[in-house]
Write a protein that binds this ligand. Sequence first.
Ligand code: ADP
Ligand code: MG
Ligand code: MG
Length: 948
Amino acid sequence: MAMTPTYATILTDDSSHQRLRKSKVDKKYVYAFADGDGKNKQLLGGKGANLCEMTQFGLNVPPGFVITTEACLDYLENDKLPEGLMEEVKKEIADLEKATGKGYGSGENPLLVSVRSGSALSMPGMMDTILNLGLNDETMAGLIEQTGDERFAYDAYRRFIQLFGKVALGIEDEKFDPLFEDVKKQAGVKADVGLSVDHLKEISAKFLDVVRSETGEDFPQDVMVQLELSVKAVFRSWMGKRAVDYRREFKITPDMANGTAVNVCTMVFGNRGDDCATGVGFTRNPGTGDNEMFGEYLVNAQGEDVVAGIRTPKPIQEMGEEMPELYEELVDLRNKLEEHYKEVQDYEFTIENGTLYCLQTRNGKMNAAATVQTSVDMFREGLITREQALLRINPELLEQLLHPRLDPEADAKAVATGLPASPGAASGKCVFDADRAELMGNEGEKVILVREETRPEDIHGFFASEGILTSRGGKTSHAAVVARGMGKPCVAGAEGIVVDVAARLARIGDKIIHEGDVITLDGGTGEVYLGAIPTIPAHFSDNLAELLGWADETASLKVMANADTPAAAEQAREYGAMGIGLCRTERMFNATDRLPVVIDMILANTAEDRVAALNRLLPIQRADFIKVFTAMSPNPVTVRLLDPPMHEFLPTEHDLLEQIENLEVYRKIVRGRQAAIATLDHEVHLPEALEELSEEHVNDALARKERMLRKVRELEEVNPMLGHRGVRLGITYPEIYEMQIQAILEAAMECAEKGVDVLPEIMVPQVITLQEIKHVKRTADTIVAKLEAEHGKELKFKFGTMIETVRACTRAWHLAGVAEFFSFGTNDLTQATFSFSREDAENKFLPMYNESSVLQDNPFEVLDVKGVGKLIKMAVKGGREQREDLKIGICGEQGGHPDSIQFCHDAGLNYVSCSGPRVPVARLAAAQAKLRADESGGLSVTQGLHAA
Ligand code: ADP
Ligand code: MG
Ligand code: MG
């Protein structure tokens, strides 16, 4: 362009400046479905963004527009709608009028709309939606004329008055419902469809009266006022109790979803005759993952009827026969949705006089088995890549796969059957309302929530229950959807059950179930049983094995298990553990046949006595190690030497005092009996059992208990966790570690001689200084030398240390001089870093700290990346500077938590170790950690996320 550079610069500067100012003053709050950015869920909410996207890629969505979440936040902050918002809305309404050829508020051809909530994350049923907006006395006439269906019009009107009354004016359902039921009763009809025009007219009139008497004002006739009040009500529902509770429970933070958008959408009607229908669908079966049409529909009904479970809908396949052409269209819609989103979709549709509309779509919530199967299937179908298949699964979900099933051997007969709405089996005491469920659940009772149907306000009852049972509603009813999301078993629509909340009982035929009676649900079959039925653990599916195989190939972190016994080792191996990262030898001590020997060892007053007891323990430990090593062969097994303070193996002082007191009483009885027998002049035959315990026996027992008591008092410490334990114990009583090391190495030697390939790793707990490690290492070296000489065979093993004290982190460079591996014990390390004792923290102040956001998470569950993580990084750096190939892992509980695993990957650890059932979760999380790190170009994701 022929402009001088200077001029151009000024112009650009100026105009960008103006643009900036303009955007501040007239921020755009409203977007038509045809214009909104389908990717911007933060701004438009999930529902709104998808309505935009579907419109733009050519699906038949009724025209409408989205009011942004920014407008919501602005409204909530200032308690009034942002300036200019309603003008923008009016402009969009005018566009809707143009697009539909109808008039908003028109008495001839009225445009009706719905006002729907929707935030960035789906919170099913947590916020409010109002349908049939724009009805008033005038538009009613128009609607009747337009449709020629007076009954339909009044049905729409009464629904609208109630919904608007409830949501926008705060009038409870209880004010409306009984009036509706009265009319039904008087008319002698059971289902809503049996009501005539006159009935519905009567109901509408009564409902208008309710509004008048409850609010002192007439129902708003001005359709713009209706719209404005509705928008405000939906915005406010973001801060409603239900929504707030839900966000707290699911840890939805403002950076995940902040405010709700409002979607204003032209109404389409599924209840205008037999060529109308409404339904919800999943693009695949969310219960099994099968690639098939799945969903439910109702002919001549409105969407809310399906969702609320008011009528029990039909399976979507029946639509193939009832409305074959529309069914084909629906199949086509389903295919387009999946091709576009490359993800299983959960969609809502309505058919109005033979035209199919899509009203909503979102990523389908599925149970774990279905999620895994769809991942494997969609990869095979070429719809997604292997990386996408791994990334689309929330690792936590996999825990569901390890949920129990009903034991098929259990010869139980179901008393009722409903729809298998969410798989898994659960037993518990029946409760008939959510408040009671919460109350009993909090007391630690296992409860099953039994309801006719559930509503969003029951949500707290779901959290507290093991499972949900409803007598009405389908697989997409509120109960089913919410239970599936939570991974809890649900049987829905068990129509044979009649729930009587007032009487606190339910009837099944002539059987009566009272509140508190135990029942069992099988959410996989829909069956309901009386009493508690035994369950069996779930099985690893081939799909899961395949998926986790991909995960292992992808991940750089290895996943080990914490396992203390041969049985736990076997189980961990089944879960795919690549070794044992932590075998706590003291857990082996607790078995009933060993504890007395351990106690002898502790009671020993001389080294000699102690060695005698230890010699009895040696073969026991060795045999255990042989089994554990063999179960894990050829993978490494890290064995931790004795860690807890010795008093943990003894009874408490309180218990001992009580036992001694009882023994003394008993001694008196024995003496008394002796005396009594002596005074009798005839012979007495006492049962043998009583003869056995002579006074001598009692005295022996007493003496032992008294010794224990002295020992307990001697061992008493002010702060046992900071006291005489771990390597401190190992150094002051060297015989103990000697025995343990000998047992480990002899076991390894025995395995090696049998040709079993094993890799033991000896790990020293609670280390603070190199001197401690050297001390223990010398013992190991002596034993190895002896063993190797005896067997003429070299032993493979590693020697290393836990890193669980702050000092160890700071001295890592030195420790790695001897230690060949580090294992972060993040439980103790967290306690030490925070100066919290875990039990006191979790029982006293931590919950409050979390609730009031003083601390975001429980650091004993989610690794504290900012604090503990810093120490870990320091130790990794120091350790690897000293020893390049230092093997480093984590064995605290946090090692099974996906966020912590991401951190471990980024910090360059070699492995994480967690409890057996967490292993599948960790394997997937390890793969995701790698994929995410690669995606962000090797830049630490957690560093970015958790930066202070
Ligand atoms: P939720 O998020 O609770 O599902 P929705 O906004 O999707 O709430 O609406 C509730 C019900 O009303 C759904 O069944 C939906 O399909 C139906 N619905 C919403 N808007 C319309 C509309 N414009 N026309 C017909 N039905 C609608
Ligand atoms: Mg919906
Ligand atoms: Mg520890």
